[in-house]
Design a protein around this ligand. Structure first.
Ligand SMILES: [Zn+2]
Length: 284
């Protein structure tokens, strides 16, 4: 499995912010030390990649550092980091499309993306990485399913693809929780809101229903918005998944037998590296 990663993803951040460079570093070290993965570096996404899913006004705001959002820091040069993060998701699909990888790729990148809507940044996200990659797959004539297992609803991804052809969005998330969306099914967007305190048994039930929708849709490729903030010790949410549970989740995704690209979203505990290692070791 190829992991797309760059040490440049560690070069920005705001002191005390939960979306820290350390999160990615922990995952990178665990996967590197496991010795099971091949690493490649990304190149930046282009403007035309971004404009498939975002409007020019959002792109310009990020580029010129002309925005304010309480959760999403206005950091010098954030535009170039956000482009590289979207570029990692694009590389993850390129490897599958050109056959260099048959089954799995992983964009180990930050900033995350699934809260960025067509017109607005938010929730630590500037550009929607998984949407940028999925939109290119759609342009290439592919049928795409997105499974979002971050603990937060991917309001941005839903906003971008709701009502669009050849794509479905399936999300499992805690509710109530930021951003407060994803309470019901909307067109091609299948939402599974789960109460705080949800444990693995109920999580598996919801995941099985979500995966059934994906099977029924029969996509050419699956994108997974991967968050490890469903973990019981995560400081930003209240779900009750434990380390060994990620093995089960990986196994269920693997049994879909689809070419799959994973895109890193949230996960804020100190154990994030071990969770990722458990998940990906099971997968491959
Ligand atoms: Zn999250």
């Amino acid at each position: 499995m190829t992991v797309i990663y760059s040490s440049k993803f560690l070069d920005f951040g705001e002191v005390g912010h939960p979306e820290s460079p350390q999160r990615l570093e922990l995952i990178y070290h665990e996967l590197r030390d496991a010795g099971l993965f091949h690493f490649e570096t990304p190149s930046a996404a282009t403007l035309s990649d971004l404009l498939r899913v975002h409007n020019m006004s959002l792109v310009e705001q990020v580029k010129r550092n002309e925005f304010y959002n309480p959760d999403t820091p206005n950091i010098e040069n954030i535009y170039s980091f956000a482009l590289l993060s979207a570029g990692a998701a694009l590389k993850a699909i390129s490897l599958l499309e050109d056959g260099r990888e048959k089954r799995f790729t992983y964009a180990l990148a930050r900033p995350p993306g699934h809260h960025a809507t067509r017109k607005e940044l938010g929730g630590f996200c500037y550009f929607n990485n998984i949407a940028v990659a999925s939109a290119r797959l759609l342009a290439d004539g592919k049928k795409v399913a997105i499974l979002d297992i971050d603990v937060h609803h991917g309001n941005g991804t839903e906003d971008i693809f709701r009502g669009k052809k050849n794509i479905i969005y399936v999300s499992l998330h805690q509710s109530p929780l930021y951003p407060g969306t994803g309470l019901a099914q909307h067109d091609n967007c299948f939402n599974f809101p789960l109460p705080p305190g949800t444990s693995m048994d109920s999580y598996i039930e919801a995941l099985s229903l979500g995966l059934r929708q994906i099977k029924k849709f029969s996509p050419d490729i699956l994108g997974v918005s991967l968050g490890f903030d469903t973990y019981a010790q995560d400081p930003l949410a209240e779900m009750r998944l434990y380390r060994s549970d990620y093995r089960i989740v990986a196994g269920m995704i693997k049994r879909l037998l689809l070419p799959t690209f994973f895109v890193q979203e949230g996960g804020y505990s100190q154990d994030i590296g071990k969770l990722a290692k458990t998940f990906f070791s099971e997968l491959i």
